[in-house]
Design a protein around this ligand. Structure first.
Ligand code: IPE
Ligand code: IPE
Ligand code: MG
Length: 256
């Protein structure tokens, strides 16, 4: 093994890794524009970056990866772009599912599926069922997802239980709300990565990101590679997560 590989491996081994990474894959359109290509080509190139990141998570033993593929606000884009994005989604899912399954990836989709055509919904259901037993990596794709939608759905479900008489309003606390949200069964995201240079959350996992470490990079999503991911992981590993406590308390648990 080359000397630099040995070094890279030992560096990885020492790093504190996130269990769950949540990403906003942004910058496809600008990537294409820089090359005088139609925006769609940026989305197509972005699929390769998804493949790279999934592989990197598998290699590193990261438990969960949540990717924002289409927001509830992205319907506002030109009809042709929305249509092309849906086609790409279907095409990619069909093409990748066997390999993902073989690699031990458990697929999940979060977001309001009612807006999708039945064929796409069937495809999503089938991918989830086919991979339900896998346990290497949970890959969550957020499509027609919005953090406010997620919270509103949780509120509605709790309200229904109150109306039915099976839930006392006094029992509704932060844990009760959290249990109703998407990804409730996964560890909360430890690391959030947004590519494309914008520093905003864009209605992503609003509740779930409460204590997530945020990382923004100017890298456009189609350019995001193993090295860029390693940079984000290194940044994460160097941070002290205090969850409201003091630095001393975190460094010396039980001291005061
Ligand atoms: C992210 O890239 C992909 C989706 C939102 C579907 P964009 O399409 O937003 O790319 P930019 O921000 O226009 O460069
Ligand atoms: C966020 O990116 C949504 C996805 C990456 C799917 P956008 O490009 O839609 O975000 P805004 O509109 O610039 O905030
Ligand atoms: Mg964008």
């Amino acid at each position: 093994m080359a000397q630099e590989n040995i070094q890279a491996d030992s560096e990885t081994a020492e790093q504190r890794l996130p269990r769950h990474v949540a990403m906003i894959m942004d910058g496809n359109g600008r990537w294409a524009k820089q090359r005088n290509l139609p925006r769609y080509m940026g989305h197509r190139e972005g699929v390769k970056a998804v493949r790279r990141v999934v592989e990197a998570c598998l290699n590193r033993g990261i438990e969960a990866l949540t990717l924002f593929a289409f927001s509830s606000e992205n319907w506002r884009r030109p009809k042709t772009e929305v249509g092309l994005l849906m086609d790409l989604f279907v095409h990619t899912l069909k093409k990748e599912i066997t390999r993902l399954d073989r690699n031990g990836v458990r697929m999940r989709f979060i977001g309001d599926r009612s807006a999708f055509d039945p064929k796409l919904r069937t495809l999503m259901d089938a991918a989830e069922q086919q991979t339900a037993h896998n346990d290497k990596l949970t890959l969550v794709i957020a499509v027609n997802y919005g953090g406010r939608w997620d919270l509103a759905e949780a509120a509605r479900r709790l309200a229904v239980r109150v109306a039915e008489g099976s839930l006392d309003p006094q029992q509704i606390d932060a844990d009760a709300v959290g249990r109703e949200l998407c990804n409730a069964d996964l560890p909360e995201p430890d690391l959030f990565i947004r590519t494309g240079g914008e520093q905003r959350i864009s209605n992503y996992l609003l509740w779930q990101l409460a204590y997530t470490e945020l990382y923004f990079t100017d890298s456009l999503w189609p350019d995001f590679d193993e090295t860029a991911f390693a940079d984000a992981l290194r940044s994460f590993s160097g941070r002290q997560r205090r969850f409201g406590q003091t630095g001393d308390q975190v460094e010396r648990p039980g001291s005061a």
